[in-house]
Every structure is written in structure tokens, then in C-alpha cells.
Design a protein around this ligand. Structure first.
Ligand SMILES: Cc1cc2nc3c(=O)[nH]c(=O)nc-3n(C[C@H](O)[C@H](O)[C@H](O)COP(=O)(O)OP(=O)(O)OC[C@H]3O[C@@H](n4cnc5c(N)ncnc54)[C@H](O)[C@@H]3O)c2cc1C
Length: 419
């Protein structure tokens, strides 16, 4: 190890930036920091749900240049392709860099090809470009309905999707949006998911909330529908059922964005880690956080918590003290519906069942909080301002006075508007 340890972070998303800025916040100039990312901006993905309804994707990008300059972090815009743990080196396209500690946070990708026909016939939700295509499909539905035609809009979550929430948002938002355009009565909306309860990862209370929303909005919702094949205009399911569509919106199965052969990974390329510290299995100096790692649910809030845990464990090792925190999986999200929003705070524990990998942790029932209100839309807006603002300044999401104020605000809102 060099006198001033060199920490390299791969990936400029939620997990990578949180780990990078947390390390600078905790250790100051005691360490040299290098951030490697194939994009020179941070994308606030959660707000790309607004793109199909008219928002500009550019509004959700935060350039990284200001933050890295301000915090004296070397930034390398390159793609990481492999890791040599013995030589403590990362291979980038065209060059190699060494490290004392490495944090891998290169995120996830989609594999629509797992369901025959999905890639050809569905509009998928992942990148801003796909969101723009979905927006065009929604516009066409409105035009067709205004011309007097009836149309079918089908939503689909297949097995191995690891973050179903955003597609639920799109479904409920599209209902509100189509009503505002005065064409909802001509568009049939159907929801199908492999899950055995709606937003399974968020537990039974979200199932009840979503079932109520579907009932009130006249959306046909089906659970336990495992998609097996998509043909032009028809989705087929394992239970023998089929559903017709004019527009199919799907959130495909997840895989790791980048495979690192030298790191122990599962069959989808997600890196196996110690649950508390996020240290990669069998490695002393490599950590993996966020969508790239093996936690079965992939969410920004969980990526931030993992980034903090990895940063804290590296900082503790460098300073020779005990780590002050570990990764405790507590999911938090606000589900947008355009006319109101649903807040959920959900403590999670592992089940070991691949079809239902997490459940609501039973040891702190008071932490499981759910609330539905138009005011929660404000909470979503505030989070959408706070996170890009923090990262734009090179500060971690979860630290300092700003986070204490934010946390207090969330606690007050949660006390008043969730139970
Ligand atoms: C439409 C949508 C809505 C969502 N809404 C929510 C929400 O409301 N709440 C929530 O908690 N979560 C939400 N999520 C999930 C959330 O966005 C992800 O879980 C989160 O982005 C994961 O963070 P990450 O840092 O692991 O990965 P990412 O944010 O994907 O970042 C990965 C980074 O690594 C870089 N990279 C990738 N490969 C390489 C490589 N080989 N070399 C160098 N750099 C590389 C990328 O450019 C990127 O900067 C949503 C996701 C989507 C798609």
C-alpha cells in the first residue's frame, strides 16, 4: 500500500458517486481518489419516468466535471473491461490503472432476449432513449383514440426483473395522463407480472395499495403471470393465458452491465459480496455496490446505502478504527402516479427463494411505513432536487447537515402522512 492510499471507483452512478464522495468526506486528503466512468455525467434515473410524459432527458443529467474538480478527484472517462486482483490493476479501454482499494459500481443492464419476442415487440424502460420511444407510443395511442379507435395498452414484468417499481409508476401515470387527455375510455390498460404480489419487494401493504389503485382506475391487474413468449400483438404466459396489445411496455430481466471474470459472480454476472461491508467474496481490497452487486433488489436508495457501507469499511481500515456503519437493507421510494404518490419505507431481509428473494423484515415492524397522498409528489420532487444537488457539489447523499435536514423532513412527512 502506498503512503497515501489510492482508491479507484468504477462507475459514476448512485453507488459509485456515493462511495467516492463519502470517502472524500470521511478521509479528506488522506487518500487519492480516482473515478472511472464511461459517461461524464450522472444520470438521475428515477426521474426518467417523466420522459414519456414530455420531460427532457437532458434535465436529469448532472455533469461530473464540477464535482471532481471541487473535491480533487481524478476523473477518467473510460470503460473498465477487466480487473487483475493479484496485480491490483484495472484494465480500461486502451490503458491500465493501479489501485490500493477498488470499488466496483458499474451497474446493471437489460437482457430482453430471455423472453422470445420481447425485444422485437415491446417498448422497454431503461434508458432515456427508450423512455422517449415509450412517449411516442403513448402519443400515438392518444391520436388513435381521438380518431375514434379503441386500443390496448399492456404492461409486463417478467421474472428476473430486479426493480419492478418504475413500471408500476409508468402504468399508474399513464392512466392519469390518458384521463387528462380525455381518451382513457378508449384505451384498455392491463398489468401483468410474474410476482405473486404487486411490487412484491415492498411487501403486503404495497400489494393492497396497488390493488386498490388498479380497482379505482379500472386497470386489469394480474399477478403470477410468467411471460413465455411475445408475438406481434399477443403476450403469452406460462399459465396458458394470453393478452392482446397495441402497445406493450415491459421492464426486462436484469444482468450485470460488465462481467469481471476475476470476481466471484452469480449466473447473471452480479458480484458476490459480504452483506454488511460489500467486500467482494474472497477479495481483501475490492468492494462492489449498487446494481452491479448481488443484492437481489436493485434500487438507487439501496445503492446509496451500499456505497456508504463500502466507503465506511475502507475508511475504517485505513484509519485503523471499527466501521461505524454496515449495509442494512432499508428500501425507500416514492411511487409517482401524477395525481398523487405512494411513499414506502421497507426494511428488507433475504428469503433465499429466487422467485421471491426478499421479504419485509419482521424484527422492526414500526419501520415498515406506507402512505398515499398528493403531497408525496412533493417528496419525490425534493429528492429529485436534493440528490443531483449533492452529487453536483461532490458531496455524499447521506452525510452532513444537508442530509440531517432532509432526513428530518422525511421523518416528519412520514409521521404525518404514512403509517
Ligand atoms: C426508469 C427507472 C426508474 C427508477 N426509479 C427508481 C426510484 O424511484 N427509486 C430507486 O431507489 N431506484 C430507482 N431506479 C433504480 C435505480 O436507478 C438504480 O438502482 C440505480 O441507478 C443503481 O445505481 P448504480 O450506481 O448501481 O448504477 P447506475 O446508476 O446504473 O450507474 C452505473 C454507472 O457505471 C457506469 N458504467 C457502466 N459500465 C461501465 C464500465 N464498464 N466502465 C466504466 N463505467 C461504467 C455508467 O455510465 C454509470 O455511470 C429506477 C430505475 C429506472 C430504470
Amino acid at each position: 500500500m502506498t503512503a497515501r492510499p489510492h482508491i479507484v471507483v468504477l462507475g459514476g452512478g448512485f453507488g459509485g458517486l456515493e462511495a467516492t464522495f463519502y470517502l472524500r468526506y470521511r478521509l479528506g486528503d488522506r487518500v487519492a481518489l480516482t473515478l472511472v466512468s464511461n459517461r461524464d455525467y450522472f444520470l438521475f434515473k428515477p426521474n426518467t419516468i417523466y420522459v414519456p410524459f414530455g420531460e427532457d432527458p437532458e434535465d436529469f443529467k448532472v455533469p461530473l466535471s464540477g464535482a471532481v474538480k471541487r473535491k480533487n478527484i481524478e476523473f477518467i472517462q473510460h470503460t473498465a473491461t477487466s480487473i487483475d486482483p493479484h496485480g491490483r490493476k484495472v484494465q480500461l479501454t486502451g490503458r491500465e490503472i493501479g489501485y490500493d482499494y477498488l470499488v466496483v459500481a458499474t451497474g446493471a443492464d437489460m437482457r430482453p432476449g430471455e423472453i422470445p419476442g420481447l425485444a422485437e415487440h415491446a417498448v422497454t424502460v431503461w434508458t432515456p432513449a427508450e423512455m422517449l420511444r415509450l412517449g411516442q407510443a403513448f402519443q400515438k395511442l392518444v391520436e388513435d383514440a381521438r380518431a375514434g379507435a379503441s386500443r390496448k395498452l399492456l404492461f409486463l414484468i417478467p421474472p428476473n426483473n430486479r426493480c419492478s417499481g418504475p413500471l408500476y409508476e409508468m402504468c399508474l401515470m399513464s392512466d392519469t395522463w390518458l384521463r387528462r387527455h380525455g381518451v382513457r375510455d378508449r384505451i384498455d390498460i392491463t398489468w401483468t407480472t410474474y410476482e405473486d404480489s404487486f411490487i412484491q419487494a415492498f411487501g403486503p401493504r404495497l400489494d393492497t395499495v396497488v390493488a386498490g389503485e388498479f380497482e379505482e382506475r379500472g386497470i386489469h391487474g394480474f399477478k403470477g403471470f410468467v411471460a413465455t413468449a411475445i408475438e406481434a400483438g399477443v403476450a403469452r404466459y406460462q399459465n396458458g393465458q394470453a393478452r392482446e396489445f397495441d402497445v406493450l411496455a415491459a421492464f426486462p430481466p436484469y444482468i450485470a452491465e460488465q462481467n469481471y471474470g476475476a470476481l466471484e459472480s452469480d449466473d447473471r454476472g452480479f458480484i458476490k459480496v459480504d452483506p454488511d461491508s460489500r467486500r467482494v467474496s474472497g477479495q481483501s481490497a475490492i468492494f462492489a455496490v449498487g446494481d452491479a452487486a448481488d443484492f437481489p433488489i436493485k434500487q438507487a436508495f439501496l445503492a446509496l446505502l451500499q456505497g456508504d457501507a463500502a466507503g465506511e469499511h475502507i475508511a475504517a481500515e485505513i484509519t485503523g478504527v471499527r466501521p461505524k456503519l454496515k449495509f442494512e437493507p432499508m428500501s425507500m421510494c416514492v411511487m409517482e402516479e401524477l395525481n398523487r404518490a405512494t411513499f414506502a419505507q421497507v426494511p428488507l431481509s433475504y428469503t433465499g427463494d429466487p422467485m421471491k428473494p426478499v421479504q419485509v423484515a419482521g424484527d422492526h415492524p414500526e419501520d415498515y411505513r406506507v402512505g398515499v397522498s398528493p403531497l408525496w409528489r412533493l417528496g419525490k420532487k425534493v429528492l429529485g432536487i436534493y440528490a443531483p444537488w449533492r452529487f453536483g457539489r461532490g458531496e455524499p447523499f447521506h452525510a452532513g447537515f444537508a442530509w440531517e435536514a432532509m432526513d428530518l423532513g422525511l421523518k416528519v412527512m412520514s409521521k404525518l402522512m404514512a403509517s
